[in-house]
Every structure is written in structure tokens, then in C-alpha cells.
Design a binder for this molecule. Structure first.
Ligand code: AMP
Length: 358
């Protein structure tokens, strides 16, 4: 198709730091941006030409947004499908509602992965304590029960160590539709980010290792230190799922490297991802610029890594360390413009570069 040329306005659904960094990348290529967010004064609106502050089901506000934007993308996937469909009737929305429907539902995304030959931990849908007890018998314990929708940073998850814990677990999830999955004995958690253009072109970043603390990403190591062939396997999973989704945009896939050597799909998100922040400083084209290029129909460019990198999130008051970080040689500091440093809140990140080892 005809590219959406620099000078056009990119609409971003969601106003957090992922939207902010996407807007900055868009601006660097000469685009204007408009943010749609229910939160006033959000990190993305600080760096964007326009913001529409409204709830995602406000039809008039969505119309205004569609009017202002030449193309719409998203930084947040828990959007109502109707909102996306209403927008898609007026402006290209990339990725589209069909991708969201799968990726916002843990059951749908795991089935999708399996249908495309990508293994996952064993799982079952669970809508009641009886279902969960049955899953425990069939899969064996321990299990992790997760709500199908709206989970993040370990929220909407509960570990089930014994069958007797089934009803408490379902209560802890407030009876929400859930899946129960076998606990994976993993050696590492990794992720891979792939971009796909409307013409089917693909660009894949190096798989990285992610280390969490209290269910929140703490550090990403780029590249992941993996056994021979596994990085290629992870990239291939990325390409396969992006193609199967007919994705236009970015797809981040989180995987477990099991102790028995298997690579297991955990979840995916069709947007920029915290585990891709290192690309801002260690790649010629960052994940954010890659997203802009993909949704605007530009050449994707190179996802190659020119340096090794270690990205650390600055959580809560850690961002107050900025004066020291600014003096640290080789530290690339990114702050998100958030005023309230609640404990665990992602306030910024720092990427430390090292010469590329291999
Ligand atoms: P998720 O929201 O699915 O990414 O899960 C959050 C974190 O919980 C993961 O990054 C893992 O550290 C852990 N986790 C989730 N599912 C499993 C599993 N099936 N086995 C072991 N650990 C898990």
C-alpha cells in the first residue's frame, strides 16, 4: 500500500511510558501524535501534540480521535473490542481487533500458540473450584491459576499447591474466568520481539533474558545466553506467530526455557514491551521506531544489535537516583515524567551498554 508519510499524525491508544516512547520515536521521524487515554496528564501526552482524555467506550471521543489520526496503534491491549471496531471503520488500526481478541485472553493465546506448533505448559480452562480441582488431578500439581483477562505484573494470579486450596484460589481470583497451568521448572525467562509490516516484511530482535522481582521486570539482559540453536528457535516462534496473526505492528512473546531444555510459550503482547527498552540504545532502529515504521508502511530497517545491553527498571523512588545515573559512564537514562513515585511503579529505566560479545 501507499505509506503514511512523515507529517501525518499517528494515534496511540494508551498514555503510559510505552506510548510516550512510541510518540518520541514517531516525532523523530517527523510524525505528529495524538494520544487517547482515560488518564489526564499521562506520560505520553507530555510529549504529544494532542491528547484526548476519555474512557475507551466514549464513542464521541473515539470519533474525534479517528478524525485526528491517520493511523492508529496501541500501547495497551486491554481495550474493548467495540472501541477498536468503531475506530477501524474510520481509520486503519494496526494491529487490529482480531489480534487483540487473541492476545488479551490467556486461554485464547495459549491455544493459538499450540495450534501453530508452539508448545506451552499444560493448561486447562477453569471457571469454578470444581474445574480447578479437576485440573489439579489431570495435570498434577502444583498449578498456577491466572485470570484469562486483565492480569499484569503477577496480578490476577495465584499458585495452587494442593487440591484443598482450589476454592480459596478461585475466590482469590474473584471467580473470574481463568486458566490453570502446570508450574514450569524454568532455568530462565526470555522474550523475543518481532515486527511485521503490512507487506509481510519481518524484523526480529535478539531474544533477551528477563529477571523479575516481586513479579515485576527488574532487568533485561541482551542478548540472552542460550544453548546453541535456541535463539534461532525463539526467533522462529516470533516469526511464525506474527505471520499466523497476520500482524501489522509489534509482537512481544515471553517464553520459558525449561530445565529439561524445552522452550515454552507463556504469553504475548501485540505492542512495545518493557523487555524491548534496551533496543532504544543498542539497536539502530528501536522497538518504538520499528512500530511506527510498521504501522505507517515504511521499510522496517534493521533490528540488529550493535551493543550488548543490560536494562534495569527504575521502580518507585529508585528514579530519584537520576543525579548519580547521569554521571555514570555508559549509562543511558530514560525517565517517564511520572510525578507520583508509588512503590513498584515504573518511573524510568537505565540501559548500560557493553561491546557486543558475539
Ligand atoms: P505472566 O503474567 O504469565 O507473565 O506470569 C508472571 C510471572 O509468573 C512469570 O514471569 C513467571 O515468573 C511466573 N510464572 C507464570 N506462569 C508460570 C508457570 N506456568 N510456571 C512457572 N512460573 C510461572
Amino acid at each position: 500500500g501507499v505509506p503514511i508519510a512523515p507529517g501525518a499524525r499517528v494515534g496511540i491508544l494508551g498514555g503510559g511510558q510505552l506510548g510516550r516512547m512510541t510518540a518520541l520515536a514517531a516525532a523523530r521521524l517527523g510524525y505528529r501524535t495524538v494520544i487517547f487515554s482515560p488518564e489526564p496528564e499521562c506520560p505520553a501526552s507530555q510529549v504529544s501534540e494532542m491528547t484526548i482524555t476519555a474512557s475507551y467506550d466514549d464513542r464521541r471521543a473515539l470519533d474525534q480521535f479517528a478524525e485526528a489520526a491517520d493511523v492508529v496503534t496501541l500501547e495497551f491491549e486491554n481495550l474493548p473490542a467495540d472501541a477498536l471496531e468503531a475506530l477501524a471503520a474510520r481509520v486503519p488500526v494496526r494491529p487490529g481487533a482480531a489480534v487483540l481478541r487473541i492476545s488479551q485472553d490467556r486461554l485464547a493465546e495459549k491455544r493459538f500458540a499450540q495450534e501453530h506448533g508452539v508448545p506451552t505448559a499444560d493448561f486447562e480452562p477453569v471457571d469454578s473450584a470444581e474445574d480447578l480441582a479437576g485440573a489439579f488431578e489431570r495435570l498434577g500439581g502444583p498449578l498456577i491459576a491466572k485470570t484469562r483477562r486483565f492480569g499484569y505484573d503477577g496480578k490476577g494470579q495465584v499458585r495452587v499447591n494442593a487440591i484443598a486450596e482450589a476454592s480459596a484460589a478461585v475466590e482469590a481470583l474473584a471467580g473470574a474466568p481463568a486458566i490453570a497451568e502446570a508450574v514450569v521448572d524454568f532455568e530462565r525467562e526470555i522474550s523475543v520481539i518481532v515486527a511485521r509490516g503490512g507487506d509481510g516484511a519481518l524484523a526480529v530482535y535478539d531474544p533477551v533474558e528477563n529477571r523479575h522481582e516481586n513479579h515485576i521486570l527488574r532487568t533485561t539482559l541482551a542478548p540472552a545466553d542460550l544453548p546453541p540453536g535456541m535463539a534461532d528457535d525463539a526467533r522462529e516462534i516470533g516469526r511464525r506467530l506474527a505471520e499466523a496473526l497476520d500482524l501489522v505492528g509489534l509482537l512481544a512473546i515471553e517464553l520459558f526455557v525449561a530445565r529439561d531444555g524445552r522452550l515454552l510459550f507463556n504469553e504475548m503482547a501485540p505492542r512495545p514491551h518493557n523487555s524491548g527498552h534496551w533496543t532504544l540504545d543498542a539497536c539502530p532502529v528501536s522497538q518504538f521506531e520499528m512500530l511506527v515504521r510498521a504501522v505507517c508502511g515504511l521499510p522496517l530497517g534493521s533490528a540488529e544489535r550493535h551493543s550488548d545491553a543490560e536494562m534495569t527498571n527504575l521502580l518507585g523512588d529508585e528514579a530519584g537516583d537520576w543525579p548519580r545515573l547521569l554521571t555514570e559512564p555508559g549509562a543511558c537514562l530514560h525517565l517517564y515524567g511520572k510525578t507520583e513515585a508509588r512503590p513498584g511503579r515504573k518511573m524510568g529505566h537505565v540501559t548500560r551498554l557493553k561491546p557486543k560479545a558475539g
